[in-house]
Design a protein around this ligand. Structure first.
Ligand SMILES: Cc1cc2nc3c(=O)[nH]c(=O)nc-3n(C[C@H](O)[C@H](O)[C@H](O)COP(=O)(O)O)c2cc1C
Length: 318
């Protein structure tokens, strides 16, 4: 089973991509990057591009074939594994400009944009939703992607209107896999290795996309692999959790400078979620932007957990 870190704006920086790769993700996507931003030399858009050695999938959003044609050299320089077209982002400021999920309303434009990228030698995929609201035109959009030369469509099993509410529907992924000669990625509500197995067994998709389920839980990729190989699922120890959290924080600072602490906050909260007595630690840790202090708070908390864990193991062994 191919496991994929699904694109997430504001989350999938280089640090998180590398972390997920080290935890067993087969493929990592960048966050969505504006084609117009790249063409206009926007610094932030350029900063989102992966470095050539990463072999990440670059996800682009935009809607003007001329701009897509102009951006190919910049993208090529970063040696992407492949290039993905965002046709699924429902955020109003994106959609209102005709980008992201707005493309679900123009299958012919999806085809055109894919063609532009394919004609320049890229492997191309399209990430989409199941439709705008009741009318679920995912098949039409996927067919347009296929006709344009895409090798993969990934589908988040919700409508644009739904956003992230309601229950995900994996049926469209199953139908795409059955009806089209294209690879399919299934996305939505995969929060555990068990969910991943369920999604793949139900849809027969080629790839499983994990987004929110990887935040604070990047070892999900390893667990999916373990389960798909029929191995017993190993719980992550407090010690390893602590090591990963620390590595994540330090790499975030290396990537973003001291601002990396702020960026790390959303991950920190997720790493601590559900751990015994973590609420008070979280409140304290999220209040400081001093690295030394933050480390002290986190280390003291995990030291306690680890000593309990090891004490428990020793007792268990006697
Ligand atoms: C914070 C956040 C940012 C996202 N950004 C993007 C994005 O840039 N491009 C995209 O195609 N999907 C984006 N998504 C959608 C995810 O890739 C994924 O399809 C969706 O969250 C459903 O998967 P999940 O239930 O595993 O989170 C984003 C989701 C989240 C939660």
């Amino acid at each position: 089973m191919i496991t994929v870190l699904s694109p997430m704006a504001g989350v999938n920086d280089k640090t998180f991509r590398n972390l997920c790769l080290s935890m067993g993700a087969d493929v990592v996507y960048t966050e969505m990057i504006s084609v117009n931003g790249l063409v206009n030399g926007n610094r932030k858009s350029f900063e989102m591009l992966p470095n050539p050695k990463e072999n990440a999938v670059i996800q682009l959003f935009g809607n003007d074939p001329k701009y897509f044609a102009r951006v190919v050299d910049v993208v090529q320089d970063r040696h992407p594994k492949w290039v993905d077209l965002n046709a699924g982002c429902p955020v109003p400021k994106v959609v209102k400009n005709g980008y992201g999920a707005a493309l679900m309303k123009s299958p012919m434009l999806v085809r055109k944009l894919v063609e532009v990228l394919v004609s320049r030698g890229f492997l191309v995929s399209v990430k989409m939703r199941i439709g705008w609201k009741e009318e679920r035109n995912f098949m039409e959009v996927a067919r347009a992607a296929l006709d344009g030369g895409a090798f993969l469509v990934s589908i988040h099993g919700r409508t644009v209107e739904q956003g992230y509410t309601g229950k995900v529907d994996w049926e469209p992924a199953r139908m795409l896999k059955k009806e089209l000669a294209i690879k399919v990625g299934v996305s939505g509500d995969i929060f555990s290795a068990f969910d991943a197995m369920k999604a793949i067994n139900f849809t027969s998709a080629d790839m499983v996309f994990v987004a929110r389920g990887a935040i604070g839980n990047p070892w999900i990729f390893r667990q999916i692999k373990e389960m798909s190989f029929g191995q017993k699922l190993k719980n992550i120890s407090f010690k390893e959790r602590h090591d990963i959290l620390r590595r994540h924080l330090l790499n975030s600072i290396e990537e973003h400078g001291i601002h990396g602490i702020m960026i790390f906050r959303k991950f920190l909260a997720a790493y601590l979620k559900g751990l015994p007595g973590s609420h008070a630690v979280k409140v304290k840790a999220l209040q400081t932007s001093n690295l030394k202090l933050l480390m002290e708070i986190v280390n003291a908390y995990f030291d306690k957990l680890i000593s309990c864990e090891q004490g428990g193991v020793e007792r268990g062994n006697t």
